[in-house]
Design a protein around this ligand. Structure first.
Ligand SMILES: [Fe+2]
Length: 486
């Protein structure tokens, strides 16, 4: 173990591992340059079809484009997701899988693509050993989200520190805010578009207080840390930010050490404990949080939250309960709809209403409206018929645009055999309205085993994309991504 500890801390180990596992290149005209790693197959449905990992890191320039790339698009879209390098002996989706970044770069109408594994210290360790290692089953996979914040590009995993990445998607290393942050950071921080502050949290399984809320300024410095008392360690995947509050939903998905030790899902659903909404004053750290008890439910992701007429309004993807087992039937049994919760700030009364019947998740908005009254949101549709037929999750045949003012929606249907994922909204540089910009996502084509990157006009959401960028490679399903301007 001493030898391993030495190696993992040594940058020489990283260089050796990467060099050692680089196989001889195969000649192919589509790749400017690439590295190929040893491939494998699995009968786990989260590692098949659209979810199957890729084993090449590629750089492809001058991509073929249908339609017209808007001239103002200058920058990169980057998305994170699990892509295990070594065949896992067991696979706990969505907690496991080495993070891989997929970047689409826009430069004066020319588009290029590259993908890179995030070389976390755990992955480097395994690369050196040439296999998955049991003792690293709960490593920091850095596989969930990737954000631009201050002058940093950070790959995030909620039970580990952020990994700093450069614009070429090469891993720089763990980032802990110059020693200010211990242990971990959520994968879903909120960047306030008005102040440039980053609001986030970390949660602990072992030491009370189990929840800590942070604010960092635009210069990558933490300016506040507040411990929040909760009665037991639970999973928090996302948070809400409004003008005056940071809001946490303490749902009854409870950490269980015995399960973790037995290499099983470390969380148990305990609905008898209900859900507690926690309102934390974001401006005054001396004010005690407000705790409001309500019925049990689960949420992975919030669409947005805002304050209006002495009320807090929160839109989120509501699950009546959550089955965390790693098989497609469990995903099928989890019914998730967009829901609006209104919390009266005087009486603390809660009113909830279902906004739509479609099963969805991965909601996104024009982030210039984060924390403010807004009208439009986006979410890929979970089609249970397709899920039952394929017995493989993460095939999203369409993208929904919600108009929350008119309480209706529009659907962007992908072509037969084509499936999208989470959408990102790229605001137009001179935008006047919430719809001025572009909705983008990767689209996997199962007929060609390649992926496209599509740019959809939010004002003509049901129409053909204004541009489709054709990749000669496949981009597997993933989690979350963001647009990095410039
Ligand atoms: Fe997430």
């Amino acid at each position: 173990m001493k030898r391993r500890q030495f190696l993992i801390q040594s940058s020489l180990a990283a260089m050796t591992a990467i060099a050692y596992h680089q196989l001889p290149s195969q000649s192919s005209p589509i790749y400017k340059q690439y590295k190929s790693y040893k491939s494998w197959k699995s009968n786990n449905s989260f590692l098949q079809g659209i979810n199957a990992p890729v084993f090449k890191e590629v750089d492809i320039t001058n991509l073929k484009i249908s339609g017209h790339i808007p001239q103002e698009l200058q920058g990169m879209y980057v998305r994170n997701g699990p892509n295990p390098m070594f065949k896992p002996s067991s696979y706990n989706y969505p907690l496991e899988g080495d993070g891989m970044l997929h970047g689409v770069y826009f430069n004066n109408g020319e588009v290029s693509y590259k993908n890179r594994w995030i070389t976390t210290s755990g992955l480097v360790y395994e690369m050196f050993e040439g296999q998955e290692l049991d003792e690293l089953k709960f490593k920091n996979y850095a596989n969930t989200n990737v954000i631009g914040y201050g002058d940093k590009l950070l790959a995030l995993y909620e039970i580990g520190l952020p990994y700093e990445i450069d614009k070429n998607l090469d891993t720089i290393g763990e980032w802990n805010f110059q020693g200010q942050l211990e242990q971990s950071m959520t994968a879903h921080p909120k960047l306030d578009p008005k102040t440039g502050e980053l609001h986030f949290y970390r949660y602990s399984f072992f030491n009370a207080p189990y929840l800590h809320y942070y604010i960092a300024d635009q210069n990558n410095t933490i300016i506040r840390e507040t411990a929040i008392d909760i009665p037991r360690p639970v999973m928090f995947h996302d948070m809400v930010l409004t003008e005056n509050y940071a809001i946490f939903f303490d749902c009854p998905l409870v950490f269980n050490l015995e399960q973790a030790k037995a290499n099983k899902k470390p969380f148990l659903w305990q609905p008898e404990q209900g859900t507690t909404i926690i309102l934390v004053d974001r401006h005054d750290s001396n004010k005690k949080p407000i705790y409001i008890k309500t019925d049990p439910f689960w949420v992975w992701h919030f669409m947005n939250g805002f304050e209006e007429n002495e009320k807090i309004v929160i839109d989120f993807v509501h699950y009546p309960e959550i089955n965390m087992e790693s098989h497609w039937q469990a995903i099928l049994s989890n019914k998730s709809n967009l829901q609006r919760m209104s919390i009266d700030l005087k009486t603390h009364a809660i009113v909830s209403e279902k906004l739509d019947d479609h099963y969805v998740d991965f909601p996104t908005i024009n982030n210039e409206k984060l924390g403010q009254a807004y009208r439009f949101g986006y979410a890929p549709h979970i089609d249970t018929e397709i899920l039952s037929k394929k017995q493989i999750p993460n095939y999203f045949p369409s993208l929904i645009q919600y108009d929350l003012a008119k309480n209706n929606h529009k659907i962007h249907q992908f072509k037969p055999g084509c499936y999208g994922g989470e959408a990102a909204f790229i605001p137009s540089g001179n935008g006047q309205s919430e719809l001025d910009g572009y909705v983008v996502t990767f689209v996997y084509n199962e007929n060609t085993q390649t992926s496209d990157f599509v740019i959809i006009d939010p004002n003509n959401f049901q129409s053909e994309p204004i541009a489709t960028i054709h990749l000669p490679v496949r981009v597997p399903s993933g989690f979350h991504g963001n647009w990095i301007a410039g």
